[in-house]
Design a protein around this ligand. Structure first.
Ligand code: GDP
Ligand code: MG
Length: 164
């Protein structure tokens, strides 16, 4: 994990984005990828995975005392559809990814955001995004091996980034 990528101007960071099983089941992967791509972000890792209970529990460890924790882990691990795990890279992508996704409760999420446009229930809110640099770092290393995350540059990066 690195903050600054050689060859890309501006501060660069990575975030962990995961389409949850309901999002996969509902065929929303293409739209999610489209929204991140059209913003200018770069996909550096992707895989379909049914997480083990241990992985899901570790991913959501901060919520383990919450009443919905058990249900949340079952939802993520059921295997009714895989989670589509991704790493996206670009300037301010952690915070901007959360903005693209919208509020945790889809009824509070603005229209135009992913959750605002596609879901109703907090228990089926279709997508995850890291909420800080620290959680991005933790989640990327939890879901992906080093060799699964690619360093590559858009050929047109100069049209996305300028220092001044
Ligand atoms: P997020 O970062 O916006 O995903 O929200 P949190 O980190 O607070 O919660 C993680 C996930 O737990 C959410 O995306 C929901 O899937 C689930 N969750 C959070 N709050 C509730 C709740 O009150 N009820 C249920 N059933 N699930 C919840
Ligand atoms: Mg969270």
């Amino acid at each position: 994990f690195r903050r600054a990528a050689a060859g890309v101007r501006g501060g660069v960071e990575r975030t962990f984005i995961a389409l949850k099983p309901d999002g996969t089941q509902r065929g929303l992967l293409g739209d999610v990828i489209k929204r991140f791509e059209q913003k200018g972000y770069k996909l550096v890792a992707i895989k379909a995975i049914v997480p083990s209970r241990a992985l899901a529990e570790k991913h959501y460890e901060d919520l383990k005392t919450r009443p919905f924790f058990k249900g949340l882990v079952s939802y993520m691990t059921s295997g009714a559809a895989p989670v589509i795990a991704m790493v996206w890279e670009g300037k301010d992508v952690i915070r901007q990814g959360r903005r693209l996704i919208g509020a945790t409760n889809p009824l509070e999420a603005q229209p135009g955001t992913i959750r605002g446009d596609y879901c109703i229930s907090v228990g089926r809110n279709i997508i995850h995004g890291s909420d800080s640099f620290e959680s991005a770092e933790k989640e990327i290393s939890l879901w992906f091996g080093k060799s699964e995350v690619y360093d590559w540059q858009y050929g047109n990066a100069e049209w996305l980034y300028a220092d001044n």
